[in-house]
Design a protein around this ligand. Structure first.
Ligand code: MLT
Length: 267
């Protein structure tokens, strides 16, 4: 991991390989390790960059309120600090997808292509947003144990929970070790995020959508609607996977990503 200091804020980022840059943005409340199977696979032909977002993994949360704009600004600052000037393919999962919509809005010129995984375009309903603020308070008061208990069964397909306990345990441990301040800040940021459904039809970068067939957080039908709204986009449904499709079925996920990247490079 590289340790970067940007305007006094310390950030941690995985950066390996040479070639066209791929920027992997993790989901909530995780860190770059959720991309381990993609980082290992794609570092052979690409430069793979996977930060811990502000407040997660080894990246500091900072003092000010976190917003999606701040996450997107952090990504741009990380690319600057790493000397990456050519446009990147941004691969974001769930909250990483919310950050991707924001990055597209503010840094379109830095994007070569987009891969949206297990994510949503709509903003939260008032009830969901309110619940996030409650979860933020609970996590600050009591830590992340209850959050881990509530989230883990929803993150994975039943089959993964039955047959791949090591994968499930690794994710549970990341949640248990997450910084409560970072988790609370990200919940508040997600509650306040913009509704990206209005920008879908104007997206003019190559875009791929990927979703686990058993994803209950961002179900395939909702992802299909997003794909249908984005010109030229397509949806790949990953079998034997839930919300954590890159970890649950890395072979199918990597094959979909690889095929898409080849078409992007041919353009
Ligand atoms: C994630 O996986 O990043 C979360 O499920 C996103 C969310 O809470 O909306």
């Amino acid at each position: 991991m590289k340790q970067l200091s940007m305007h006094g804020h310390k950030s941690s980022v995985f950066d390996e390989g040479n070639g066209p840059p791929l920027l992997f943005v993790h989901g909530f409340p995780l860190d770059h390790t959720m991309w381990r199977d993609q980082l290992a696979e794609f570092a052979g032909a690409y430069r793979v960059i996977a930060p811990d977002l502000r407040g997660f993994g080894s990246s500091e949360v900072g003092d000010q309120a976190v917003t999606m704009e701040q996450f997107a600004d952090d990504l741009a600052a990380i690319l600057d600090a790493l000397g990456v000037t050519e446009p990147v393919t941004l691969i974001g999962l769930s909250m990483g997808g919310y950050v991707a919509w924001q990055f597209l809005r503010n840094y379109r010129e830095r994007l070569r292509a987009l891969v949206l995984c297990d994510t949503r375009a709509a903003a939260d309903s008032p009830e969901v947003a309110e619940n996030r603020l409650k979860v933020a308070e609970t996590v600050l008061a009591d830590g992340t144990e209850a959050l881990a208990r509530a989230m883990v069964p929803k993150l994975f397909a039943q089959q993964t929970i039955r047959t791949r306990p090591a994968v499930v345990d690794a994710v549970r441990n990341v949640i248990l070790q997450a910084n409560p301040r970072g988790v609370a800040a990200a919940q508040r940021a997600m509650a306040a995020r913009f509704d990206a459904t209005g920008i879908l039809k104007a997206i003019d970068v190559p875009t791929l959508m990927i979703v686990g067939e058993d994803d209950v957080i961002s179900p395939p039908d909702e992802m299909r609607q997003i794909a249908e709204a984005i010109p030229g986009s397509r949806l790949v449904v990953i079998p034997d996977a839930g919300h954590m499709s890159p970890l649950e079925n890395p072979a199918a996920f990597n094959s979909a990503l690889s095929e898409f990247l080849t078409t992007v490079e041919r353009r």
